[in-house]
Design a protein around this ligand. Structure first.
Ligand code: ATP
Ligand code: MG
Length: 310
């Protein structure tokens, strides 16, 4: 896994709300800190990265949010306009800005995904086709939730197989070949140590393996520290029985017991995931903070660094 940041294209996927965007940004910070020119690409105008760094700028623009760390929000419409402008000059530009043509193109199943993947791929090229654009060492894609993420990864291959000839097929073929090249592309899954996210990660791992796209790493996010052992739990419970129901001591001991129970439940799910995957996932701590800001992102980057070097 140490070589993870040597891949040019890294997809971060996983169930909704498990911390995909957070992990993508932390990984981006880590890559940038190591001297790699890095961009975190969000799909579908989420603008999470921009907001985390209070940066402005047009969404489809590449904006630097920290030293060596850039972000872009990719939407299929802008991706198509750019593609046609760069590839076909004035006629393409006219087509790209035609609402009728846009509506027609976007109605083609999978076209939105292909256009987004095309832009992601373009960002990861050492010779950028967008004139004047500098190359990146690492492109991190904050992918949509698991099912859609798989669809996204499969789209170029599907187009290449269906179209076979013509410019779309040729482009799709080039993108698909880059994704299949595991020295170029990595796929990460983020999960939390809960029943459903663990199930979905095991499903994702199998579905991707079936496509020859085995997960490069699974990251379990937001883990509680195990502050209390099982024996501590017994002692806490006994102490609590000696307190008055509405006393502060009762409440404090209750909170400690509840935290212990949650940490224990997480360990169970973590073990189930490790067993299912046949490998220990990387672990990131739950960070207690009033607002999740720069310090927290850097702390997660540090934790990722340690886990990747393990
Ligand atoms: N390790 C952590 N400790 C504490 N809070 C966290 C941690 N990781 C993520 N969070 C918080 O959890 C929430 C969800 O995280 P995030 O937006 O990264 O998830 P997501 O998977 O990208 O969600 P979506 O599927 O909606 O895009 C955010 O408020 C984030 O600040
Ligand atoms: Mg997100």
């Amino acid at each position: 896994v140490a070589a993870l940041l040597d891949r040019r294209l890294i997809f971060v996927t996983g169930k909704g709300g498990v911390g995909k965007s957070t992990v993508a940004i932390a990984l981006g910070l880590l890559a940038a800190r190591s001297g790699r020119r890095t961009i975190v690409a969000e799909l579908a105008r989420q603008e999470r990265v921009r907001n985390s760094f209070a940066a402005g700028g047009d969404t489809f623009e590449e904006v630097e949010v920290a030293d060596g760390l850039f972000t872009i929000s990719i939407d299929p419409e802008s991706a198509m306009e750019e593609y046609l402008r760069v590839k076909t000059g004035r006629i393409g530009q006219a087509l790209g800005s035609s609402r009728l043509f846009q509506a027609f193109a976007m109605a083609t199943p999978g076209m939105r995904e292909l256009l987004s993947m095309g832009k992601v791929w373009e960002l990861a090229q050492s010779a950028r086709r967008t004139s004047g654009a500098d190359p990146y060492d690492v492109v991190i894609v904050d992918s949509p939730a698991a099912g859609h993420g798989i669809g996204l990864l499969r789209t170029p291959r599907t187009f290449a197989d269906i179209a076979r000839v013509g410019p779309v097929a040729a482009t799709a073929q080039r993108i698909a070949a880059s994704i299949d090249d595991r020295s170029f592309t990595a796929v990460l899954a983020v999960a939390t140590a809960e029943e459903m996210p663990v199930n979905e990660t095991l499903w994702l791992s199998e579905a991707l393996a079936g496509d020859g796209l085995a997960l490069d790493a699974v990251i379990v996010n937001a883990l509680y520290l195990e502050r209390f052992s099982a024996a501590d739990g017994t002692r806490l419970a006994r102490a609590r029985r000696g307190t008055g129901v509405s006393s502060p001591a009762n409440a404090a001991l209750g909170a400690a017991l509840s935290l212990r129970a949650r940490a224990a439940a997480q360990r169970e799910q973590l073990n189930r995931l490790a067993e299912g995957l046949g490998a220990a996932p990387l672990q990131l701590p739950y960070l207690f903070a009033e607002t999740f800001g720069h310090d927290e992102l850097h702390a997660l980057a540090d934790a990722l660094d340690a886990e990747l070097g393990r």
